[in-house]
Design a protein around this ligand. Structure first.
Ligand code: EPZ
Length: 416
């Protein structure tokens, strides 16, 4: 199995281009299920999760044609409205086919995702919302069997803010009869990007990006061309890596307005940040100052940036409190960072991170995608060699990671 070997201790310097956002690409690919016309996507990241989604859609009978940096999807007919356990267990975002399949075919069979490394992650809000729109959903043998003759618009107040839940219901509502109002909706930029794509396909959506989204159902949708937004988490990850190593980097093709909370925290840590349209430059000329973070739904500090900021805190001046409020088990990287010499104490959902002057390389294990990103940053800072095992997690969400870090001067290689 592949591992990543990093020889740390060198500041990141140079320029790289940000890729398209994984968490926007995945729901947008599912939107192809809503029309028999082609959906042409550009700026799609080259990632394992994107290939997995292509495979899932292909199994249903969707035509999948890859082009350089893009993909055209065409669901002329849907032969098999099913997402199997085998695929859903490798990628929870597969559950995003439920809403569109139900809207288009009136039926869907989608595996329940089960638990995962970062927490329980139920899908009750997806189910509750679809039921409010008139669907019948029975759970049998680990699968959700959903049926509906035609979905009806409804007012749905979500019990908590869920990103894929909001996306699933928005995709179901665009073809429902009448108006749907989603309250307490997720405000993440990826929800807005999906709404933009659906609108280009002919949907009528107002309020995406706020906590109240109003969708007027239409009879059918057409094809469209859509450019996937830049990945704000990839952007934040490289910025945090540059800050932790005392480097100076430029990221092009980014969407600075989508990562305000991250930029604010990096400034608080002492980084100099300049923004020029889609380019972000960061320079860190001293050891970072400790900054505490508390994860929250957008526009709060993203849970997907928590591990990277923990890495930053391990070498900061002072003590940082890192509180995770979205997922109940998203501190697995803390124990691995301790192996690198970090001083971290876990107190419930808060990590107390006392910055040390230096980390030392060691063998560590990646447990999920963003935990892996945190370990890469810690490895880049640590003196000597760090070997990260189970890096298949990274391949799910970071395009050409070694190449991009290599271009920034990091000594990093993949070993078998
Ligand atoms: C999305 O997951 C992202 N994935 C995650 O990114 C991200 O960490 C997360 O949002 C939070 O920002 C995609 O967009 C594909 P949620 P999602 O539903 O939608 C609870 C990454 O590393 N909940 O917003 O699955 C849930 O358990 C990944 O790129 C329910 O209780 O997350 C969690 O505690 C990992 N019932 C909270 O809500 C539900 O029906 C927020 O989860 C749904 C969610």
């Amino acid at each position: 199995m592949d591992k990543l070997r990093i020889t740390g201790g060198r500041p990141l310097e140079g320029e790289v281009r940000v890729s398209g956002a994984k968490n926007a690409a995945l729901p947008i690919m599912c939107a192809a299920l809503l029309t028999e016309r082609p959906l042409a996507l550009a700026n799609l990241p080259q990632l394992r999760d994107v290939s997995t989604m292509g495979k899932l859609l292909g199994q249903m009978g969707v035509g999948v044609e890859r082009r350089d940096g893009g993909m055209t999807l065409q669901a002329s007919e849907i032969r098999e409205p099913t997402a199997t356990y085998e695929l859903v267990k490798t990628m929870r975002a597969s559950v995003l086919v439920l809403g569109p399949l139900l809207a288009r075919c009136g039926q869907a069979k989608v595996s329940l995702p089960g638990g995962c490394a970062i927490g329980a992650r139920p899908v009750d809000q997806h189910v509750k919302g679809l039921e409010a729109m008139g669907a019948t959903i029975a759970i049998e043998h680990g699968y959700m069997h959903a049926t509906a003759s035609r979905l009806r618009g409804a007012r749905i107040v979500m019990d908590l803010v869920t990103v894929t839940g909001t996306e699933n219901l928005m995709m179901a509502a665009v073809l429902a009869e009448g108006e749907t109002v989603l309250e307490n909706a997720a405000r993440e930029p990826e929800v807005v990007d999906l709404a933009r794509c659906l609108t280009a396909m002919g949907a009528s959506i107002e309020g995406a990006g706020s906590d109240k989204i109003r969708i007027r159902g239409v009879r059918s949708l057409g094809g469209a061309e859509h450019r996937v937004m830049p990945d704000r988490i990839e952007t934040g990850t490289y910025l945090a890596a540059a800050a932790a190593t005392g480097g100076s980097i430029r990221l092009t093709g980014a969407a600075p307005e989508s990562l305000e909370a991250t930029l604010e925290k990096l400034r608080e840590a002492g980084a100099r940040i300049e923004i020029n349209q889609s380019t972000i430059s960061l320079e860190m000329s001293h050891r970072p100052d400790a900054v505490g973070v508390r994860t929250a739904p957008y526009p709060g500090f993203a849970t997907d940036m928590q591990a990277q900021f923990m890495a930053l805190a391990t070498v900061a001046r002072g003590t940082a409190l890192i509180t995770e409020t979205i997922f109940e088990n998203r501190f697995m990287h803390a124990l691995e960072m301790q192996r690198l010499g970090a001083d971290i104490k876990l107190e419930g959902n808060t990590a107390v991170v006392k910055g040390v002057e230096r980390l030392q390389g060691a063998k560590v294990m990646a447990t999920d995608l963003r935990a892996s990103a945190g370990l890469v940053i810690a490895g880049l800072v640590a003196e000597g060699e760090t070997v990260i095992d189970r890096i298949y997690h990274l391949d799910r969400g970071y395009e050409a990671l070694e190449k991009k870090l290599g271009a920034l001067g990091a000594r990093i290689e993949r070993v078998s």
